[in-house]
Design a protein around this ligand. Structure first.
Ligand code: NI
Length: 640
């Protein structure tokens, strides 16, 4: 087999894997003899070369193409981490993972269901509940987070919960089978049934699909977005150019949407801002003490492959207007490559007023108004019962924004007495929903006018009483640079308008300030699970809204990353920052955890309207003045 494929199919070291490359890498790994016949794959993706290689890359320069293959071998009862160099045509790394396992795959789900269907304890638990037709039982194997009692220390454990269809097309989430959890070790075929007693199954349908809703509103007139001359962006390979922005985009199986090498053309000067930006991982801890929910704290990227859940998007549904779609290639559990169409949506949106002033002193006042337009780079992911949309926005004034959209099905408990609690409020007749959080940790590898950057914190506070503050009305912005990793573990504080700023002290603007970009957080919670809890150990990145680390090429994940599944905790940010390294005037990475504490409400049932979370990156002295003065007026009519 000719595996020397990089020069033929890749034009850039950050380009996505082709099916040919994945096939070649899998073949080389299989030939190595490290894996048994039963081994299966969780993901496969191009291993990004060193920063110097990427930043110094010139079109046509050869580069080493390495594919990372991650999976699980039931015979070994361990997961593996392999790197295959297609350039050298050899396996360059093979590791058995000691702590943690590869993400859940379709193989695990199907095996869990099969094991249950032939397990007498599970069949009895179903029969006790009067469930005769097992084809109507929806089995949902959850990432267990831990090895349930009675399982071996290396079990590939899943904890399955159940829902009952009336018919296969309906919304099974409306009818939870309360009180029953089945713990499955798919490596040893062990099944442990945890039965907390029979609870009636709700009768209500909780439908939301268009063909199952009684009536749809009739008063919506068409709303069409047209761009008769096409969009203002250009796409070449995976590189996007729009207005003065330039970036490379990809979808990683673990992290989902990744932005690379985000740059701004400032009057002909090519200025780097971010080397890489992505979701690193997220945690969804549940606060309800019910045994059905208290163990849940899903790490939706590392444990379940956020990127594999990326939907194929469709025009007029997910995105409106003139759309460009990027495709992706993923590795299926059986080792075959699969092309997924339309995973990244690229389009422009009108975003209201960019800036405006009317000079009322003129004889005929003319409003100077500019309309804002933003570039939207987005993905939408399904993770079990839930959906996450990740939207990067780029604006003409240099602002970058991340907006997460949360929707889908909330968790449910059956409460026949209709009495909710403060950890699980009622959302529908007989249904309460457990309180929980969604905490996202974004990894922002800054490259602000070069690698040597520093992070500062700004707090706005009242001036002390004194001669400088004669009316006692003054306040000031106090900015302090962080010197070490321990100093930079911080929380948001809206009372102080707290924000963080990445600066490059060696590059000054026209008023001699260091150029900077502010990380403007929203009013976001941190992890509420107790310090000694498993969520706090495994999702420790969520204990602080800010972390800063010096750049290390192997420090890509806030937790155990692709081996977060069943990892005992402590990996990622707690481990990286344990040395308390220096972080000033160096190549650094900012990690921002934000999200929502979700107290479910009736309006979240039977499907949840989008809730939003996110953050903004705002230029602060990066430009000499408003960089959007050259945006033309929207039309001549505005001036007449
Ligand atoms: Ni939620």
């Amino acid at each position: 087999m000719n595996t020397n494929v990089n020069t033929e199919t890749n034009s850039h070291p950050l380009d996505r894997c082709s099916g040919v490359e994945l096939d070649a890498a899998v073949a080389l790994l299989k030939q190595s003899g490290n894996l048994s016949e039963e081994a299966y794959f969780a993901n496969g993706f191009a291993d990004e070369p060193d920063k110097e290689v990427v930043l110094g890359f010139k079109a046509g320069t050869p580069f080493e193409r390495v594919i990372r293959l991650i999976g699980h071998d039931p015979q070994q009862k361990q997961s593996f981490d392999a790197r295959v160099s297609l350039t050298k045509n050899e396996l360059v790394q093979f590791l058995w993972i000691e702590d943690g396992q590869a993400a859940v795959t379709g193989v695990d789900v199907i095996k869990s269901i099969k094991l249950l269907h032939k397990n007498s304890d599970w069949l009895e638990a179903m029969s006790k509940r009067g469930i005769e037709d097992l084809s109507l039982v929806h089995v949902e194997p959850w990432v267990a987070g831990r090895r349930p009692e009675g399982m071996s220390a290396n079990a590939r454990a899943f904890s399955a919960i159940f829902f009952l269809h009336k018919e296969l097309e309906d919304n099974h989430y409306a009818r939870p089978v309360e009180g029953l959890i089945a713990h499955v070790d798919v490596d040893s075929d062990q099944v442990i049934i945890e039965d907390h007693g029979v609870v009636p199954i709700p009768e209500d349908d909780g439908e939301y699909a268009a063909n199952r809703i009684q009536s749809l509103r009739q008063d919506l007139k068409p709303l069409e977005i047209t761009q008769p001359e096409g969009p203002s962006f250009e796409v070449e390979g995976q590189v996007i150019k729009w207005q003065k922005w330039k970036m490379h985009v990809s979808v990683n199986p673990v992290e989902g949407l990744v932005l690379h090498d985000v740059r701004y053309d400032d009057d002909g000067k090519d200025r780097p801002i971010l080397y890489r930006a992505s979701l690193s991982d997220m945690v969804v801890p549940y606060g309800d003490s019910s045994p059905m929910h208290n163990w849940k704290h899903a790490l939706d990227s590392g444990e379940t492959n956020m990127g594999h859940g990326a939907n194929s998007l469709s025009l007029g549904c997910d995105c409106l207007g003139e759309i460009y779609y990027f495709d992706n290639t993923i590795l299926k559990a059986n080792g075959e490559a699969q092309e997924v169409k339309n995973v990244i949506c690229l389009h422009e949106e009108d975003y209201g007023v960019l800036w405006k002033h009317t000079n009322m002193m003129l004889e005929k006042p003319i409003p100077e108004v500019r309309r804002s337009r933003r570039l939207v780079v987005s993905c939408f992911h399904t993770v079990g019962n839930y959906e996450y949309g990740f939207y990067w926005y780029f604006y003409q004034d240099g602002t970058i924004q991340m907006e997460v959209k949360l929707t889908g099905h909330i968790g449910a408990s059956v409460v026949p007495d209709g009495l909710g609690t403060d950890t699980s409020p009622m959302v529908a007749p007989m249904i309460s929903s457990p309180i929980h959080q969604h905490l996202f940790c974004f990894r922002l590898d800054f490259n602000l006018d070069g690698a040597q950057n520093t992070v500062c914190e700004t707090n706005v506070e009242a001036l002390p009483v004194g001669p400088d503050n004669p009316l006692n009305s003054g306040f000031r912005a106090v900015t302090t640079p962080f010197k070490s990793e321990s100093e930079a573990k911080r929380e948001v504080d809206p009372r102080k308008s707290r924000s963080w700023k990445v600066i490059n002290a060696a590059v000054r603007n026209q008023v001699d300030q260091p150029v900077g970009y502010k990380l403007l957080p929203q009013s976001s919670p941190v992890l509420l699970s107790g310090d000694e809890s498993l969520p706090a150990k495994r999702g420790a990145f969520a204990k602080h809204n800010l972390w800063v680390t010096p750049y290390q090429s192997d420090e890509l994940y806030a937790d155990a990353g692709p081996f977060s599944n069943l990892h005992s905790g402590g990996a990622g940010l707690p481990a990286y920052t344990s040395k308390d390294r220096a972080i000033d005037d160096t190549d650094l990475v900012v990690w921002h955890t934000f999200g929502v504490t979700h107290v479910p409400r009736p309006e979240d049932w039977p499907i949840m309207p989008v809730e939003y979370a996110g953050f903004t990156l705002l230029p602060v002295g990066f430009f000499d003045q408003n960089p959007a003065l050259d945006v033309p007026p929207p039309s001549k009519a505005c001036h007449d």
